[in-house]
Each structure stands twice: as structure tokens, then as C-alpha cells.
Design a protein around this ligand. Structure first.
Ligand code: SF4
Ligand code: SF4
Length: 135
């Protein structure tokens, strides 16, 4: 099972790299990040994953999505935010000191945090080592 997970994650990581390179080269964002990760683990306490209202209204889809994410990423469902359409997870690999216990195989949602959108200012948690600035 572990091998299958790693095989799937490798494809997802490759997809992430291949998508991010053209984005960086051809579609420059208004905002950039400065600083570096302090490995405090705050962003691993509650991981908000967006889901569309339609997806959330399907019990089967929502169950499958939660199963897939918990199985593949070793996340643990904390709650479902029905009002704002988020699945909220924490992670089995977060160590007591906040460090990641699965750093090499961490999923894209972890690699891409803090997410830099095209126009909106990136949302950074208080105390995070990154800061957003306009180009
Ligand atoms: S909150 Fe920021 S500094 Fe802390 S682990 Fe996440 S990315 Fe790193
Ligand atoms: S895999 Fe690592 S970086 Fe990602 S949420 Fe879990 S502990 Fe945090």
C-alpha cells in the first residue's frame, strides 16, 4: 500500500512541477513571497481544502473525497465547513515540535503553502516565516 501511495504521489508531484514552471515563466503574479519556512507547523494544524457547493451536496462525492485525501496524504478530517465549503484536516505526520515527519513525500498542498494567487494578497498565518510583497 505504501508503495502504491508513493507511486501516486510521485505523479502528483510531477504534475505540480510541470504546472508551476510555465506559471512562473509566463504568468507572473502581482505578489511574491519573501522569507522562509520556520518549520513551526502552524499551517499543518488545520488544512483547509476547498470543495465546490455541488461536490459537497453529494454525500457520495464528499465521502469519496475525504477517503481519498485521508488515505493518500495521511490527513485526518477535523470538520466539514458547510457554509464556506471547505474540508478541514490535520495531518498524522505533524510532529509535536511542529516539524514534518514526511517531508520528502509531503503533498502539493504543503509544498505550495502559502499559496500565491494571481491578484489577491496571499494569506499568511500569524508568525509564519513568509511575508507577501507586491512586485
Ligand atoms: S506556518 Fe509558515 S513558517 Fe510555519 S511551518 Fe507553515 S510555512 Fe513554515
Ligand atoms: S505532510 Fe508534513 S507539511 Fe504536510 S501537513 Fe503533514 S506535517 Fe505538515
Amino acid at each position: 500500500m505504501q508503495l502504491l501511495k508513493r507511486f501516486l504521489i510521485t505523479f502528483i508531484l510531477l504534475d505540480n512541477v510541470l504546472t508551476n514552471i510555465p506559471k512562473k515563466v509566463f504568468f507572473r503574479t502581482h505578489w511574491v513571497l519573501e522569507g522562509k519556512c520556520k518549520q513551526c507547523g502552524k499551517c499543518c494544524e488545520e488544512i483547509y481544502l476547498k470543495i465546490t457547493p455541488r461536490q459537497l451536496s453529494s454525500k457520495l462525492f464528499a465521502k469519496l473525497a475525504i477517503w481519498w485525501i485521508t488515505w493518500l496524504f495521511d490527513f485526518i478530517l477535523l470538520k466539514v465547513d458547510y457554509d464556506n465549503h471547505y474540508l478541514i484536516f490535520t495531518c498524522k505526520h505533524r510532529k509535536p515540535d511542529g516539524r514534518c515527519g514526511n517531508y520528502f513525500w509531503r503533498p502539493n498542498v504543503c509544498r505550495n503553502y502559502p499559496l500565491v494567487d494571481y491578484f489577491d494578497e496571499p494569506k499568511v498565518l500569524p508568525g509564519c516565516g513568509y511575508k507577501a510583497r507586491l512586485r
